[in-house]
Design a protein around this ligand. Structure first.
Ligand code: FES
Length: 317
């Protein structure tokens, strides 16, 4: 996996519990270009790898900006960014990847919940620069927890932005915002799982075609319901070996324990980094990344979280 070394040029407190990092190339080579909606995997000093959306404008070349919420139940990723990473540090990051790209449209509606604003910020700047019609709806618990608020209020597209704060009892009116589904209008949503489910369910109810609704999860749902793990086997096609995946281990854990290196980032079935082809057997998909159609094909799965319905899964590794 090729990585890029970047230097932390700035670390700014953007709101309560949210810091941004501005990253510059550590060597002579410029940073690769990216498109709105892209993220990079950041290799943190504690060994964890975490995906973060790029929130600056793609045409604002020479830097990447990410923003990170300090998660109360952090498994170490957001904590490392907040407490360990400092200005001047050099970090390894992946090339930008984009699973949440903008598509050409007459009009775009961007709806962000909390820290889910980050990819939408990049989108808003891109849409503004290209003269496209768009509106940005930003829902947050409180003004003090609203990253980039001043930046948005001072932006040349401030009139396209609307804020909603739980503390003021503001609630986004989905029936109003999503009132006019049209073939040429696309909706983009990012935020916590419950927020995305609320917006996408509203869009469905209001007649939005699935193909016009795009979303990216920041984290898997906190309570995915009762899921019982059973042991199964995986076969590594290129090596003709079989390994047992016990109830309390993921496929990714077992692969890494056995020296089979696969890229892993979010470990929650959200980012798609660990996507692996399945040659035979039936996966039990538990991710938030693949579409229903992709899951139904059963020819790929996310080994950081998904398991097997068949006794054996043969993996194209
Ligand atoms: S590592 Fe993110 S989906 Fe598996």
């Amino acid at each position: 996996m090729s990585t890029i070394d970047v230097r932390v040029e700035k670390k700014i407190v953007e709101a309560d519990g949210i810091v941004s990092l501005e990253l510059h190339a550590a060597g002579d080579a410029p940073l690769p270009a990216f498109a709105a909606g892209a993220h990079v995997d950041i290799h943190l000093p504690n060994g964890l790898v975490r995906p973060y959306s790029l929130c600056n404008a793609p045409h604002d070349s020479g830097r990447y900006v990410i923003a990170v919420l300090r998660e109360p139940n952090s498994r170490g990723g957001s904590l490392a960014v907040h407490e360990t990473v400092q200005v001047g540090d050099v970090l390894s990051i992946s090339m930008p990847k984009n699973h949440f790209p903008l598509v050409a449209a007459h009009r775009s509606i961007l709806i962000g919940g909390g820290i889910g604003i980050t990819p939408l910020l990049s989108m808003a700047q891109t849409l503004h620069a290209s003269g496209s019609a768009f509106e940005l709806h930003y829902c947050a618990r409180a003004q003090s927890r609203t990253a980039f608020r001043e930046h948005l209020l001072g932006s040349p597209f401030a009139r396209n932005v609307r804020f909603y704060f739980d503390e003021r009892g503001d609630a986004i009116d989905m029936a109003e915002v999503l009132a006019a589904p049209a073939q040429e209008t696309h909706l983009y949503v990012c935020g916590p799982a419950g927020f995305i489910e609320f917006v996408t369910a509203s869009a469905k109810r209001l007649g939005w075609p699935d193909g016009n609704v795009h979303f990216e999860f920041f984290a898997a749902p906190e309570n995915p319901g009762e899921q019982v793990n059973t042991a199964f086997e995986i076969e590594i096609a290129s090596k003709s070996i079989r390994l047992t995946v016990p109830e309390d281990r993921s496929v990714a854990d077992v692969l890494l324990d056995n020296g089979i290196d696969i890229p892993v980032s979010c470990s929650q079935g959200v980012c798609g980094t660990c996507l692996t082809q399945v040659l035979s057997g039936t996966p039990e998909h538990r991710d938030m990344y693949l579409t229903d159609e992709e899951k139904a094909r059963n020819d790929q799965f996310l080994p950081c979280c998904s398991r097997a319905l068949s006794r054996v899964l043969v993996l194209d590794l």
